[in-house]
Design a protein around this ligand. Structure first.
Ligand code: HEM
Length: 221
């Protein structure tokens, strides 16, 4: 614990550092994060009148409506970049099942009860696949809502269903996003530094991603 925040006691500084994210991976991630944050805020403003004020902060409702689909395309491209960079690391491994079964211990910060993990743990993989598949649903439904005048009249009944699917899918990603930011920024010290500067301490790597640490350093334990 540190400073009253529930956090894992790792990330010793002044220790040997190893690279976790390349510059390219960090650039993809942060462009994606900025695009997603814009979509999430403007999307909430369209979703409920209680949040409409957010669109005024971001330039007004018309400006938000104009940019939301374009930034959506930027977000989609960055998701494809991230998938191409991380698809190997996001594949399931046998330890993932045990990790998921022990998730209660993970939430209680009892890391000693968790099986060793590869570059990403099973929870990080689940987060990724939720975001990845939801992005395709958001893209298809978003394009339909972008150009409704191009939809043949006979199937206009599809529009309210499309709006419903787009909204529910967006809410699922928002829930996943909140967990992601909470877990990586607050609960696991050293992770934000990894995504900004690119490296982590040996202790961090050994504690959270032992299999990855052993694979990339060639060391044992
Ligand atoms: C302001 C928003 C965001 C912040 C502050 C943030 C923060 C972070 C941090 C600190 C890490 C490093 C975690 C580690 O290596 O242990 C990370 C990793 C990652 N981020 Fe984000 N992120 C944000 C938005 C997003 C979004 C929108 C996506 C996907 C659509 C995303 C996908 C990922 C993935 C796949 C990883 C690697 C695996 C993982 O840690 O889950 N991030 N993020």
């Amino acid at each position: 614990m540190s400073g009253g925040i529930i956090a894992r006691p790792t990330a010793v500084t002044g220790e040997e550092q190893i690279q976790r994210y390349t510059f390219k991976e960090r650039a993809y991630h942060w462009i994606n994060a900025i695009a997603y944050t814009y979509l999430f805020l403007t999307g909430l403003a369209f979703f409920t009148p209680y949040m409409l004020w957010v669109s005024y902060v971001l330039g007004g409702p018309a400006t938000s409506r104009f940019w939301h689909p374009w930034i959506g395309l930027v977000y989609f491209v960055t998701i494809l970049w991230m998938q191409s960079a991380w698809k190997r690391d996001m594949k399931a491994i046998p330890q993932d099942e045990q990790w998921s079964k022990n998730v209660k211990a993970y939430i209680e910060l009892r890391d000693e009860a968790m099986p060793p993990q590869e570059r990403f743990n099973a929870g990080q993989k689940q987060f990724w696949w939720i975001m990845f598949y939801c992005t395709f649903i958001l893209l298809v439904t978003g394009i339909i809502m972008w150009i409704p005048e191009r939809i043949p009249r006979e199937i206009h009944w599809l529009l309210p269903i499309t709006v419903f699917i787009h909204s529910v899918t967006a809410l699922i990603t928002i829930a996943a996003f909140i967990v992601h930011v909470y877990m990586s920024v607050w609960v696991t010290p050293g992770s934000t530094k990894a995504m900004i500067e690119g490296d982590v301490s040996v202790n961090w790597a050994r504690t959270h991603h032992r299999l990855w640490y052993e694979r990339i350093t060639g060391r044992k334990g």
